[in-house]
Structures are given as C-alpha cells and as structure tokens.
Design a protein around this ligand. Structure first.
Ligand SMILES: Cc1cc2nc3c(=O)[nH]c(=O)nc-3n(C[C@H](O)[C@H](O)[C@H](O)COP(=O)(O)OP(=O)(O)OC[C@H]3O[C@@H](n4cnc5c(N)ncnc54)[C@H](O)[C@@H]3O)c2cc1C
Length: 469
C-alpha cells in the first residue's frame, strides 16, 4: 500500500504542475500515469504550446482578462472560476518560468501576439512534438518533482476512487498490471477529458462520432469523469468541444493535422454543405464551426470555398496557414475557373453553390452580410468576396482536440455535487473540468491556461495556502 498527501490521476501538465506545487509546499506528492513510455503521449506533450486565455496573452492584467472572459462567456462561466483564472494567469506564467519554462512571443494567423512554449513547434504539415517546448517543459517538471521528493509512477492506471463516508481516501489502480491501493489525503483528477472516447462523444456530443477526426491524444478516455461521477460529482457542459475544421483527408493522412490550421481561411470565406448552401456564420471562428459541423447529419459533408485572392492572401498569413501547408501535406485542393465547374469536381450541388456565392458576394458589396441567412458577422473576422478565379474547394471534416465540459469544481478545484456540496479529498483540474467553457458560443478558454492555473490552485488549496483570487 502506498501513501501520499496528494496524488494526481494523470501526468500531463495539470498533474505535473499540481504535484510540483504540492511538493514545493511540503506535501508528499505522487503523479499516477497510466502509460509506461519515457515520453508518453498526452495532450500536453503534443500541444502546439500557445499559452493564452481566450486567445489573449496570459500576462495581461487581471482586469483586462476578466473583461475578456466575461465578454466571451456571456455570463455562463462560473464567476469564481473566472476570477481565479484572471487573477492567477500572470502568476502561473512566472511560476513556470521559475521552473525553467521558456516562452517566446509570436504573432499567430489571427494577428494576436501570443506566448508560446519554446522552442516552438516547427509549423509544418504533421504532428511534430519531439524536443519542442511542451516536451521540454514536461521533462523539466518531472525532474523538479523528483528533486523535491515527489514521484511520477508510470504504468499506474487508476481504475476507481476509494470513497468512504462520502470522502475520497485514495485510488485503486493497476500498477504494471497488478491491483494496488494508493492512499492519499487528496486526489486530483487530471486525466485530460474524453476527447478520444468515441462512445462518450457519441453520447454527449454527436451520434455521428465516427465521422469526426480525433485531434486528441488517445489517452483522453474520460476515466476521471466516470470515476468522479460514480463518487457523486456533478457533470456539466459535456456537449461542446475544443476543435478545428480540418482537411477531410486528415482522417487518413497525418500530414494534414494539426497543421495546416484551416480556421483563418474558414473565417474569411464560405463553408457550404453538399447542397451548396451555407449552414453557419463563418465569422464566429473555427472552434464554433467545428462544433456546428459535428452536428450535421454527416460531419464529413462540408466544403470550404474561396477564390484566388483569399488563397494568396488570408490563407498565407501566419505560420500555420492553409497555403502552402495543404499542398505540402499532400491534401486535395480542388480548383476551377468557375463555381459550377468547381462544384462538379468537389461533389457539391452546382446550382446551390452558384446561388449561395452570388447572394454572399452581393451582401458583402452592399455592406449587409448580417442580413444573409445564416448571417455573416464581421466584427471578429473580415468577410472576403469569392469573385476572383480560379476558385477553390477544400473538403472539410470536424476535428476534436479536447472536450470542454466535465467535472464541476469551485475555485479551489474542489469537486462539487449537484447540490453544491464538496466531496472531501477530491479535486479536479485541467481539461477534465467544467464551468469555464462551452455554451452556445462555444467559448474556449485555453487548454494550457486551465492546466497551469488550476494545477497550481488545486495544490495550493490542498496545502492550505492562501491564494490570490
Ligand atoms: C494537437 C493539440 C494541440 C493543442 N494546442 C494547444 C495550444 O496551442 N494551446 C492550448 O492552450 N491548448 C492546446 N491544446 C490543448 C492542451 O494541450 C490540453 O488542454 C492540455 O495539455 C491538457 O492537459 P491535462 O494535463 O489536463 O491533460 P493531458 O495532457 O491529456 O494529460 C492527462 C494524462 O492523464 C493520463 N491518464 C488518463 N487516464 C488515466 C488513468 N485512468 N490513470 C492514470 N493516468 C491516466 C493520460 O495518459 C495523460 O498522460 C492542444 C491539444 C492538442 C491535442
């Protein structure tokens, strides 16, 4: 029987940050990680590494971050969690720097100057994480944990929580295949959500789960959410996810995800279904578009349509743009000199597409894109006409990077029951939690900011450390 003050279920950034902070505050900390490899694959390892809060720089002052979060979540996020994120964002960056994290500032395709873990990913087709900033930081955090007397127990798959009289006392796990009980005064669920669990995606997000592209690490199977639910935790917000529109051939070609990032072209152009009709407001951004595509009868039936001005303009901006990464990744880019011919090549209804483009171009010329059905908003992303041949079509599908809902927590990361009471000894942080993201506008806080900030706060709450709120 092993005994700790604090254990985390999962050794991604959430678990590693929480365990390090707990050890720093004098607690005996252990990270339980199901995988055995030295550099096990989790979302934290393969992340792009852009550290943001709603795409804003994490070093912005608290008041500015609060305003940004409140505007984007339209009052639906838990106010205590909003305060906690905004108040501790800069501190989390400083804490990581003290741990040896390196950041660079980089202007991404959306024009925002973001903090990115260094050395940054080489923005080229395919998944390329080895030796990049996130991988380097994970290894530093593991070394620091060991130096502080903590442990990272690979090959330890948590199966269930030990609950007695409503309190969590530890976990039951399979360690190198053998059952083991691990006692802890506090357990932090940090398993990374259910982005790779088709069955849970089918149940909570879309019956067409098989038609989505998983951009998530295969480790995110929702174990923590199921265990917390069994212990009486409230689950909320399971219906939306963090994802991006992806080239459809990314389903069989790994060089077509996570880059190119097609979002910025989606935000500039038009997206139509097989009938050639628009079905969503492209101006709302790629994350909401991937959610709306997931709700289509067939999430693999949408196509992105644009003209030569967009292909040689917006699509080229930033390091992750569609031009030229679609080409270098070997993805189809249908091309024709008129829209009817393009529709025929791309398998789209020609009359529908011609009519859609005409109405869209007319509305843009008249300055009335909001009058379109569905409306086209222009406050976040400029709409560009589709008028200059050649015209292009890219087959799309919806990519799921991570889930947004999960276990209800308060600002001390204590797991909550539906009546608002806590489950003593049980905490959750990172991608597995609910209360900050989602809703009709599919607000996305940032997976890394949630991992870093909530990882710190969970450990500090357990250690009884007063925290800045
Ligand atoms: C391709 C890609 C790009 C991304 N880019 C960005 C970005 O630029 N910016 C950003 O903010 N976010 C990004 N994200 C999201 C971000 O990386 C994640 O939200 C974040 O890393 C999640 O950290 P975590 O510690 O909560 O979970 P994870 O990193 O997924 O770690 C969870 C760990 O728990 C382990 N585990 C699961 N179940 C068990 C169990 N039963 N027992 C023991 N261990 C278990 C898993 O094996 C895993 O190692 C990206 C994600 C992906 C996939």
């Amino acid at each position: 029987m092993m005994d700790f003050d604090v254990i985390t279920i999962g050794g991604g950034f959430t678990g590693l940050v929480a365990a390090n902070r707990a050890a720093q505050l004098g607690l005996r900390a252990g990270v339980l990680e199901q995988q055995t490899e030295e550099r096990y694959i989790c979302n934290s390892r393969i992340t792009t590494g852009v550290c943001h809060i709603l795409f804003a720089n994490m070093k912005l002052p608290e008041a500015e971050l609060t305003a940004i979060i409140e505007a984007a979540t339209e009052g639906r996020a838990r106010p205590d969690l909003v305060r906690a994120m905004a108040a501790n964002s800069r501190r989390a960056v400083d804490w990581l720097i003290a741990e040896g994290a390196r950041f660079v500032e980089m202007v991404m395709g959306d024009g925002i100057r973001s903090l990115i873990l260094a050395p940054p990913r080489r923005f080229r087709a395919g998944l390329d994480w080895e030796g990049r900033g996130a991988d380097a930081l994970m290894r530093k955090l593991e070394q620091s944990l060991i130096r502080r007397g903590g442990q990272l127990l690979r090959g330890t798959r948590v199966e269930s929580l030990i609950i007695e009289d409503g309190a969590c006392l530890g976990v039951e796990a399979l360690r190198d295949g053998a059952p083991v009980k691990i006692n802890a005064k506090a357990v932090i669920v940090a398993d990374g959500g259910f982005g790779a669990n088709k069955e849970m995606i089918r149940r909570h997000i879309t019956p067409a789960a098989d038609r989505l592209l998983s951009r998530s690490s295969p480790s995110a199977m929702g174990d923590g959410i199921r265990m917390a639910e069994a212990a009486g935790a409230e689950l909320t917000g399971l219906g939306e996810f963090y994802g991006h529109p992806v080239h459809r051939e990314g389903l069989s070609n790994d060089k077509l995800w996570p880059f190119p990032m097609i979002d910025q072209t989606v935000n500039a152009a038009i997206v139509v279904g097989a009938d050639g009709r628009r079905f969503a407001d492209e101006g709302l951004g790629g994350i909401i578009m991937s959610n709306l595509m997931a709700q289509m009868d067939d999430p693999q039936s949408a196509s992105l349509i644009f003209d030569d001005a967009i292909w040689n303009g917006v699509a080229k901006e930033g390091p992750t743009g569609a031009n030229p990464l679609i080409i270098s990744g070997g993805g189809s880019l249908h091309q024709a000199d008129d829209l009817a011919a393009l529709a025929d090549i791309a398998g789209i209804d020609a009359a529908g597409l011609v009519q859609t483009a005409a109405a869209y171009n007319q509305a843009l010329a008249a300055g009335t894109p909001e009058a379109l059905d569905p409306p086209r908003s222009i406050d976040r992303f400029a709409a560009h006409p589709v008028t200059e041949p050649p015209f292009y079509a890219v087959p799309l599908c919806s990519g799921v990077t991570g889930t947004m809902g999960g276990i209800s927590i308060d600002a001390a990361c204590r797991v909550l029951r539906a009546d608002g009471s806590t489950i003593p000894g049980l905490y959750a942080a990172g991608t597995t939690i609910a209360g900050l993201e989602g809703g009709p506008t599919v607000a996305y806080m940032g997976g890394l900011s949630k991992a870093f900030i909530l990882g710190l706060l969970a450990a500090e709450a357990i250690a009884g450390e007063p925290k800045a709120e």
